[in-house]
Design a binder for this molecule. Structure first.
Ligand code: NAD
Length: 488
């Protein structure tokens, strides 16, 4: 399904939008482009301006129309890190680009370079595949009461299917043996439960690849202590964000790893580290992260042979102990700056590493992968009630229940009240600490129409209670699509 594309290299150059970024960005980009040019990479750089200067010029997204046009035309971006100015009002440029262009997969290889770069885990060699668009990254947050804030976590079947399938396809195409999935579905049974269920379903289609699921807490603990036991790890967005940084750090330096953000139309490649303002302008930054990102880009556009040539030369440089300051130590032979590191890589083009293995470099996109954005069958969806969230701070839950029981809620009945997810009515523990945020569940045995909910809401407001929001309760083919209460 997915070719590694090392035989037929394209003859013409591929236009690539190039963002030099902030801080150490321009230095490492210059070094990276020098290596690409020397290696004969068939790319045509199209510089774009993004980042701090654009933010400070008043564009809260950090990217202007001209840059967006270039990006839409090239559909490829090699991006140096940027600085997000401190203070409110600035949007994360990465999140903007990911969402605007549907870059649903973040692929981050994390491989130890032992013994040349010290690490406690010399055998680690994993790839983290992080879902990039969903989860709590929608930025849908609200302050609801004087005391309570919320952040919405969205997990979709189609998004989960796409990222999980991507992880299995990636594993198959890159000769990897196992895909591990971490979720917290013992607590978030509906959202993380969906991701886990989709993982189990899709894993059946890949009998040649082993699969396992771990609860994210034990999974993270094992990843931090025995990273060598993992191969490909697929994760919802937030866990992936955190664990991919841990994995990079375990390898020995944040300056080494590249990453790819893949969408159906557009792909963005970058180092995993930031703009390192503490060392900017000194010519000492390690360009390896961006260089490895560029290697992934070349593989992605079918220039796998050139990509491998660069990878080999880079591995030779690392093996010979020619190191930038961040990885310089007893195992190193020469401490070099950014430009000299690039020159050392260029001098070694055409050589193969002696001790470090150099895998083939394949595409990161899956051209034949197709995932429907709609569920294959539409389940029968029936509304059976509403969770009404009320801002109230006047005493014990029984008093609130009394006021709600006095209202005509037909065809629903007040079924329970919870506070921060803990049931406080009809049964309660005296020691539950209650805040000003009450979920009042009204439920029926039969279908409930919207008018009944609107009537109930009006009745609640009419007695001086404030409804913060109403969340419909639905069954799907008879199965409740809502949590049943704490711990269930
Ligand atoms: P950072 O990754 O920039 O730096 C963390 C530490 O690692 C610093 O000590 C730095 O000197 C070192 N380091 C990072 N890259 C290095 C390299 N290539 N060579 C040698 N040492 C290197 O993280 P930070 O300090 O938290 O963030 C600085 C800025 O970068 C912030 O404005 C942040 O918003 C931004 N940032 C951007 C991106 C991105 O553009 N993708 C990612 C992360 C952070």
């Amino acid at each position: 399904m997915l070719a590694t594309e090392t035989l037929s290299e394209p003859r013409t150059s591929v236009p690539v939008a190039i963002a030099h970024g902030d801080g150490i960005g321009p230095e490492i980009m210059e070094a990276t482009l020098a290596v690409l040019q020397a290696a004969g990479a068939k790319i045509e750089p199209r510089p774009i301006e993004i980042g701090e200067r654009v933010y400070r010029s008043g564009l809260s997204s950090g990217i202007g129309d001209e840059a967006l046009e270039t990006l839409s035309a090239t559909r490829l971006l090699l991006k140096a890190p940027i600085t997000t100015p401190q203070g409110g009002g600035y949007k994360s440029l990465n999140v903007t680009i990911r969402k605007m262009y549907g870059l649903y997969a973040n692929v981050r290889p994390a491989r130890a370079m032992a013994p040349f770069v010290p690490t406690l885990h010399p055998a680690m060699d994993m790839v983290i595949v992080r879902e990039n668009e969903e989860d709590v990254y929608g930025g849908i947050e609200h302050r609801q009461t004087a005391d309570v804030t919320q952040c919405l976590k969205l997990i979709t079947r189609s998004g989960s299917e796409r990222i999980v399938r991507y992880a299995f396809e990636y594993a198959r195409a890159h000769g990897r043996k196992r895909v591990s999935c971490f979720t917290k579905d013992n607590i978030m049974k509906i959202t993380d439960g969906l991701f886990h269920r989709v993982f189990t379903e899709i894993a059946r289609e890949y009998p040649d690849i082993e699969n396992e699921h771990l609860i994210v807490d034990i999974g993270a603990a094992r990843l931090a202590t025995q990273p060598e036991r993992f191969d490909v790890v697929v994760l919802p967005n937030l866990y992936g964000d955190i664990l991919s940084d841990i994995a990079a750090e375990l390898c020995g330096s944040v300056g080494m790893a590249g990453s790819a953000n893949i969408g159906d139309e557009i792909a963005m490649f970058e180092a995993i580290h930031g703009s390192a303002p503490d060392i900017a302008g000194q010519g000492i930054a390690n360009p390896s992260g961006l260089l490895n990102a560029a290697v992934m880009l070349l593989g992605h556009v079918g220039q796998g042979t050139i990509a491998k040539r660069i990878q080999d030369a880079w591995l030779c440089t690392i093996e010979e102990g020619i190191h930038t300051r961040d990885i310089f130590g007893a195992q190193s032979s020469r401490c070099v700056g950014t430009a000299d590191f690039a020159s050392a890589v260029i001098e070694r083009l055409g050589r193969a590493p002696q001790r470090l293995s150099s895998p083939e470099i394949g595409r990161c996109t899956l051209p034949e992968m197709h995932v429907d954005t709609q569920a294959a069958t539409t389940p029968e969806k029936v509304r059976v009630g509403v969770d009404m969230f009320i801002d109230w701070n006047e005493g014990k839950p029984e008093r609130l229940a009394e006021r709600l029981l006095a209202l005509d809620a037909r065809p629903m009945k007040l079924a329970m009240i919870t506070n921060r997810g803990t049931q406080v009515w009809p049964r309660a523990s005296d020691s539950t600490r209650c805040v000003d945020h009450w979920r009042c569940r009204f439920q029926s045995d039969a279908r409930v129409d919207g008018a009944a909910i609107a009537r109930l809401m009006a009745a609640v407001e009419a007695v001086g209670l404030e409804t913060i929001k109403c969340e419909g309760l639905y069954t799907f083919d008879g199965v409740p699509g809502f949590s049943l209460g704490q711990g269930q």
